[in-house]
Write a protein that binds this ligand. Structure first.
Ligand SMILES: O=C(CO)COP(=O)(O)O
Length: 247
């Protein structure tokens, strides 16, 4: 059985003070057997980590460099995240790919670096609207997955969470139908089966992301292959996020 995982991606939102307020409310609404993660801005990681001590709430970063240190102005290394005690890191979010030029090769390097440092990567994949309309969305996602997982073995891949986020559904209010999401996610599971094994494909958790909110979470989570959600906008308000955890 795969434990459901609901992760909030706060993106570039919340000052330290706001972050602490939000996390105080979230930790009071946790649900047993649903892994809950908040992926917060770098500047708030330390304080949020202190605030969640002794609770089941997990903490994630939204990005990371693959090197341990060096002349990479403005970047944050896996060692720095590990020192804070970060559990997860989002890798290859479509906004990083789109605005900051992250390629599949970079996503692979970052994923391997996270695993090396025992930080669980949440690896994001997903197609644009144009790619879906051209009916090349599965090809595209397959290529993103295989490149992200290059040289990652059986023992490591099960620590990865994959997030399928169709770009046209992010922040647009347009959700993929739960059937469309499940269809792609079961397709991803088949890619894992072919690359690794049936057993591995049944262990890896795969989330859906894109305009997830309290009104559609139950429907999304009722699908056979969807193990959770990566949530943007709706993770910024405690009452809404708690409803998502309690789907
Ligand atoms: O990008 C997302 C999560 O990583 C999704 O964002 P929204 O939930 O705001 O559509």
């Amino acid at each position: 059985m795969r434990t459901p995982i609901i992760a909030g991606n706060w993106k570039m939102n919340k000052t330290i003070e706001e972050a602490i307020d939000l996390v105080k409310e979230i930790k009071s609404g946790l649900k047993k057997d649903v892994e809950t993660v908040v992926c917060v801005p770098f500047t708030t990681l330390s304080q949020v980590k202190k605030e969640i001590e002794g609770t089941e709430l997990k903490i994630g970063a939204q990005n990371m460099h693959w090197e341990e240190s060096g002349a990479f102005t403005g970047e944050i290394s896996p060692l720095m995240l590990k020192e804070i005690g970060v559990d997860y890191v989002i890798i290859g979010h479509s906004e990083r790919r789109q605005y900051f030029g992250e390629t599949d090769e970079i996503v692979n390097k970052k994923t391997k670096a996270a695993l090396k440092h025992n930080i669980n990567p949440i690896v994001c994949v997903g197609e644009t609207l144009a790619q879906r309309e051209k009916n090349i969305h599965k090809e595209l996602v397959e290529s993103q997955i295989l490149k992200a997982l290059d040289h990652i073995d059986d023992e490591e891949v099960i620590k990865i969470v994959i997030a399928y986020e169709p770009i046209w559904a992010i922040g647009t209010g347009k959700t993929a139908t739960s059937e469309e999401a499940n269809d792609m996610i079961s397709f991803i599971r088949n890619i894992l089966r072919d690359k690794y094994s049936q057993d591995i494909s049944e262990k890896v958790r795969i989330q859906y992301g894109g305009s997830v909110k309290s009104s559609n979470i139950a429907e999304i989570m009722s699908q056979s292959d969807i193990d959770g959600a990566l949530v943007g906008g709706a993770s910024l308000k405690s009452d809404e996020f708690i409803k998502l955890i309690r789907f």
